[in-house]
Structures are given as C-alpha cells and as structure tokens.
Design a protein around this ligand. Structure first.
Ligand SMILES: Nc1ncnc2c1ncn2[C@@H]1O[C@H](COP(=O)(O)OP(=O)(O)OP(=O)(O)O)[C@@H](O)[C@H]1O
Ligand SMILES: [Mg+2]
Length: 285
C-alpha cells in the first residue's frame, strides 16, 4: 500500500497539463512504483532496430471515426491534443521498465470498475505503436464488460469471442484500427465463465503465440478490475507485468490495499492515477 500511496502522491505533485478548453479529460499521471523482476531478461528481450514497414495484407483496416475516438477520450494519436503528452510519458516510463526486464506482455487493471482502464490501455497502445521500431497489439481480455471495440468504433464480424468460443483463426479477428503498427483483438460480447477461460491452456497458448511471433511486439491486455472476480488472478501467470489504474474517487483506500495484496506476486510496473481533479488546471475541465 505504501508504494501505491507514494506513487499517487508523486503523481499529484507531477507536471500539470497545458490549459486548453477541450473535452473533459482528467489527465492521467504516471508515476512508477519499483519494479520486481520475475523473468530472465535475456530469455525474451530483443533490442529493436530498424523501423518496421508493416503491410496489412491480411489484417482488416478500419478507418477510425475521429468523433467516436474523441467522444471516448482516445486522443494519443493527436499530437496537438493537450493531453496526449501524458500517454507518451506513460509509454516511455512503462517501456523502459519493460525493456529492462525483457517483458512484453502488459496487463492493465484497476481495483474497481470505471477507473479508466480501457481508456488508458487504448491510448497507451496507440502511443506505443507510434514508436517506429515497435508494434503494439491491444487485446480485450475484459470478458465481462468488453469495451475496446466501442471506444475505437469497431464492429468486426470475427472477434476474440469467435477465437475463444468456436476456434476461429486469430488472424481473422485482428483489426488494424487505422493507426500504423497497431493491431487490436476486440471482444464483442461478454463470455460465460471468463475466469475459467482465462486460466485455460488455450488462452496461455494464445498469449504466448502472439507474444513470440514478433520480437518487437508489445501486448497490452485490457482486463477487468482485480476485485471484480478472479479473472485477473487467472490470467496473471501469462502476463509479464501489470499497470494498475486507480480512478480518483473510484476506489477506497481499503480497495486499493486489497488490490495490491491480490497483485503481490505480480510485477507491478506502475500505478496511474486517473481522473484526478487536482491534475485539472482549467476550470472548464
Ligand atoms: N482521465 C479521464 N478523465 C475523465 N474521464 C475519464 C478519464 N478516463 C476515463 N474516463 C471516463 O470514465 C469512464 C470509464 O472509463 P473506462 O471505460 O476506460 O473505465 P474502465 O476501468 O475500463 O471501466 P470497466 O471497469 O467498465 O472496464 C468512461 O466514460 C471514460 O470516458
Ligand atoms: Mg474497461
């Protein structure tokens, strides 16, 4: 708890975003708590080198609807947006820690509902994909309240539901949402028995395969809240590290404490304090 408290205090003391009257968006602050090593860095790391020239010959490309993205606070692609710097800073901090340990699978969770996990995971994945030597894969493994497709305005015929429930080919479920080097695996509907599914060898194999196929790929996995059920604990062995999003006012101190206890065996790469009103310098926000 102390580490999270310290992280939140550091976030509050951090840099303030510029003042611009745009859609209400409490800028997430991204302090990092100390990293706990879990994997042998040499086993997975491979230093990125030349820029990647990705051609989406198979993956469907869906051109993004700017109004839909803005409505759902997906802004990391807009370099002139007053808050996109926050996601770039978060990206740099998270990737530095991941690279130090050779980690490539980042899970995004929170203690409780509505903390901003999906907004943070999606913006972070977009920001990671803007680095020309990386690719990002955003997976919606919130099998209870999936919403990555909604925030990106996607409505694919084949999704992660079909991969998990009827053995569809994962390549058929991948969508490029109009941003270079970013691929999304959306989930369109809640799934029965999500914790059991997330603990299954099928999901372990899927994540391992998606991670190992391309050395420069970073997987960002959107998850449900830690305290909602045992979904997060079920999938934890398959991810390298965790980013904890704490929504200001969304979780009590006790809930944050309990979330940290449940994540005690995970490598928590950082804590994002999201929706913090003290980070909103403009009365308009
Ligand atoms: N920094 C922010 N400032 C203002 N509103 C935000 C911010 N981040 C997220 N929101 C809003 O809060 C709501 C919840 O966000 P989001 O869906 O990302 O949360 P979540 O933790 O993924 O929720 P769930 O637990 O349902 O998966 C959305 O309406 C989103 O637009
Ligand atoms: Mg969500």
């Amino acid at each position: 708890m102390e580490r999270i408290k310290e992280a939140i205090e550091k976030a509050r003391a951090g840099e303030q975003p510029p003042r611009t009257p745009r859609k209400s968006f409490a800028t997430p602050s991204a302090p990092a708590v100390p990293v706990v090593a879990r994997h042998d860095p040499a086993s997975r790391s491979s230093p990125p080198d030349a820029s990647l020239d990705i051609r989406y010959t198979h993956t469907r490309v869906v051109h993004p609807d700017a109004a839909c993205l803005e409505e759902h606070r997906i802004i990391a692609h807009q370099k002139n947006h007053p808050n996109s710097w926050a996601f770039d800073t978060l990206r740099t901090q998270v990737l530095q820690r991941m690279d130090e340990h050779g980690w490539r699978v980042l899970a995004v969770t929170s203690p409780t509902l509505d903390s901003g996990k999906t907004v943070v995971a999606t913006n972070l994945a977009i920001s990671i994909a803007q680095q020309t030597q990386r690719t990002a894969l955003l997976m919606d493994f919130d099998l209870r309240r999936p919403s990555v497709a909604t925030v990106l305005g996607l409505n694919p015929d084949v999704s992660l539901n079909d991969v998990l429930q009827r053995g569809a080919n994962v390549a058929d479920a991948m969508v490029n949402p109009g941003f270079e080097r970013l691929v999304v695996l959306p989930t369109m509907r809640p799934v029965d028995r999500p914790a059991e599914l997330l603990a299954s060898p099928m999901v372990a194999g899927l994540i391992a395969d998606l991670r190992d196929r391309y050395a420069e790929r970073v997987l960002v996995v959107d998850l449900p809240p830690v305290l909602a059920a045992d979904d997060v604990l079920s999938v934890l062995p398959q991810v390298d590290c965790v980013l904890l999003v704490v929504g200001s006012g969304a979780s009590s101190e006790k809930e944050i404490e309990e979330a940290q206890r449940r994540l005690s065996r995970a490598s928590v790469v950082g804590v994002v304090l999201n929706k913090d009103p003290s980070a909103m310098p403009n009365a308009y926000y």
